[in-house]
Design a binder for this molecule. Structure first.
Ligand SMILES: C[S@@+](CC[C@H](N)C(=O)[O-])C[C@H]1O[C@@H](n2cnc3c(N)ncnc32)[C@H](O)[C@@H]1O
Length: 265
């Protein structure tokens, strides 16, 4: 998860190993107070917007991105490019086609390696709850389920959710969950990491999602594709480009991943 210091520098740190460094403090400004108390240079105080942690500066050294050896991303990806996935993606119900979300129902799948890189960049770990808003057939959720404690996807198209549930069972991912729902009706406040592949979502729907994201706890992370969600509630802290093809038949192009943190207000 992402932590930041008093200069607002951001660090992606493993939340589980940080637990033992948590500060018990009632100070209204713990970052200032603790930085004064501790000898300079040897310790650092960081926060996730909720709690404070004092640790050695060596914790803050960024770890190089390494592709996983225990997770076959290519096998996972080819499953989501199968004819069955395409069929599930085409099962958009007539009422959704007539709703105001019809312009946002364009389907495509985020690259498995790309979502893995995004989650690695924020040090997603077993303490985190992940949500993919508009999860489609579920590839990002299945990838996330290897890193986080609980991974959930929701989508307005029930046939995609059925495919996603079958895929979770086929791959033995008991911590991956799926929900057929319209994001307009869902509360996101119990989530630590949100993913929104916003590329194909209408401007109006992105506005609705932006308002929902205000419910997140301070320190929660929002990863979005193509479009950022800038507001007084969210600060953009990192971005990177990753090439992938939405469909197996299309040529890979570069996509922008944007990483935001819910600001403590
Ligand atoms: C481009 S796909 C992204 C799929 C997946 N997140 C990924 O990155 O692989 C966008 C998805 O958003 C879904 N969607 C559009 N409007 C929605 C809404 N109002 N509520 C829930 N899902 C929605 C579509 O059905 C579609 O599956």
């Amino acid at each position: 998860m992402i932590y930041f210091d008093r200069d607002a520098s951001c660090f992606a740190l493993d939340s589980s190993s940080l637990e033992e460094y948590r500060l018990e403090t009632n100070s209204p400004h713990p970052l200032d107070a603790q930085t004064r108390l501790l000898p300079g240079g040897r310790t650092k105080v960081v926060t996730d917007g909720d709690s404070y942690y004092v640790l050695s500066p060596q914790f803050l050294t960024p770890k190089p991105f390494v592709k996983p050896t225990d997770l076959d991303l290519e096998r996972l990806q080819s499953h989501f490019f199968s004819a069955q996935a395409v069929e599930a993606a085409l099962g958009v119900p007539a009422e959704a086609m007539e709703s105001k979300d019809r312009g946002s129902l364009v389907y495509g799948t985020t690259g498995a390696a790309s979502i893995y890189e995004a989650l690695s960049r924020i040090a997603a770990g077993p303490k985190d709850r992940f949500l993919d808003i508009g999860c489609g057939c579920g590839l990002p959720v299945l990838v996330a389920s290897h890193l986080v404690g609980r991974a959930t996807g929701l989508d307005i198209v029930p046939s995609m959710i059925d495919f996603a549930k079958r895929s979770a069972a086929d791959f033995g991912r008991s911590n991956a969950h799926f929900l057929a729902a319209n994001i307009r009706d869902v509360d996101v406040r119990d989530v630590d990491i949100v993913y929104v592949a916003a590329t194909t979502l209408s401007q109006e729907l992105r506005g609705v999602i932006a308002t929902k994201l205000e419910q997140l706890r301070p320190g929660a992370v929002v990863i979005s594709l193509t479009y950022s969600f800038p507001s007084e509630h969210l600060v953009l802290v990192d971005s990177f480009k990753s090439p992938f093809a939405w469909w197996s038949t299309s040529a890979p192009t570069e996509h922008s991943f944007l990483i935001h943190v819910r600001r403590p207000l």
